[in-house]
Design a protein around this ligand. Structure first.
Ligand SMILES: Cc1ncc(COP(=O)(O)O)c(C=O)c1O
Length: 344
């Protein structure tokens, strides 16, 4: 797909929109007297944040070897999913395609925008079935976006051969890499140059440990990023989060340490799970969580709740399964001790 044909996928009303421009964020000259935005002259956080997130994007651009114009920053990647659907999907007309099972929010935001949600069932090992994909995109003309989550939530596995989906679909392919740092797999960022219909989502919520700061990124062609910037709320990422993440980016060692420690705990947990009677299958994971099939998911989930261990029940969508994320050693030991004592 050529860059200029992206516009043929965009809703007409969105193409006509002019972005909200904050004068101060788009000019080098910063007036010492700011009487333009009806702010208070008092207080530590009296000013609106930089609507263009210039410093943060400049640093991200360096780290990812991209240009600033290829980066959009959102209030978590959740916000970006919502915006991407709004840009390309005409309410009541267009459709999104997502893997099944996968991250529920794609369907949620599509439903809010009144778009149909088509689900592509994964096979018994949660792999994609390429023929099913081809049949689906040939049959359904109104599919504008394919959400491909890799590593996939809630199954944990990575999706192979992402280029196949980019080559065989004339719409937008969103590769959601929320868990990429745990996977040891290559990011799809390197495919951006080749595929103008690709959007890669990443987040600070998982490996970086800043779910509370709400910062996610979309990496894509300049054309797509400019559309996201046009429709986003001007001040979507607050000052505290922009500053916090900027500081964090200077300490990649900390990230590596945290990821390594989560990976070591993941390995430890996997070993412990082998000997637990109530578990019938542990699915392979590239993420910071496990999808586990229990012999009696109801009973196990209930027992964990009684001991104040909250996990994520996937029944009935994934029969008999519970998603459990890797915690610290204390939490993991508590979990294992409890599971060991569940009699079948
Ligand atoms: C696959 C996937 N994408 C996106 C998100 C949302 O991330 P954020 O916290 O950046 O909104 C999650 C959160 O669980 C996720 O699992």
């Amino acid at each position: 797909m050529k860059n200029n044909s992206i516009n043929t996928l965009v809703r007409e009303n969105i193409l006509k929109l002019q972005p909200y421009i904050s004068y101060r964020d788009h000019n080098e000259f910063m007036a010492p007297v700011l009487l333009d935005a009806n702010e208070s002259p008092f207080g530590e956080f009296n000013r609106y944040p930089d609507s263009t997130q210039k410093k943060l994007k400049t640093r991200l651009a360096e780290l990812k070897n991209l240009s600033v114009s290829q980066i959009a920053v959102g209030n978590g990647s959740d916000e970006l999913i919502d915006l991407i659907i709004k840009i390309f999907c005409e309410p009541k007309k267009d459709t999104i395609l997502m893997m099944n099972p996968s991250f529920a929010m794609y369907g949620f935001y599509a439903a809010i925008n009144e778009n149909k949600v088509l689900k592509l069932n994964l096979d018994e090992n949660f792999e994609m079935v390429k023929d099913d994909f081809l049949t689906m995109v040939k049959k359904e003309e109104q599919i504008k976006i394919f959400f491909l989550c890799s590593p996939n939530n809630p199954t944990g596995n990575s999706i192979e051969d992402i280029e196949f989906y980019l080559q065989n679909f004339n719409g937008i392919v969103v590769v959601d890499e929320a868990y990429i740092e745990f996977s040891g797999k290559k990011s799809s960022l390197e495919l951006l140059e080749k595929y103008p219909n690709l959007i890669v989502l990443q987040t600070f919520s998982k490996a970086w440990g800043f779910a509370g700061a709400r910062v996610g990124m979309a990496y894509a062609s300049e054309e797509i990023i400019s559309l996201i910037n046009t429709i986003k709320a001007p001040y979507n990422v607050n000052i505290l989060s922009q500053e916090l993440i900027l500081k964090t980016l200077d300490d990649e060692t900390k990230l590596r340490q945290n990821v390594n420690s989560i990976l070591a705990e993941r390995e430890w947990l996997e070993l412990q799970f082998q000997d637990i009677e109530c578990i019938s299958r542990i699915f392979p994971t590239d993420a910071n969580f496990f999808l586990i099939k229990m012999k009696n998911a109801d009973q196990v989930y209930g027992k964990m709740l009684d001991e104040e261990i909250l996990t994520s029940r996937r029944d009935p969508a994934i029969p008999g399964c519970i998603r459990i994320n890797v915690g610290n050693r204390n939490e993991n030991e508590k979990l294992i001790n409890l599971l060991k004592n569940i009699e079948q």
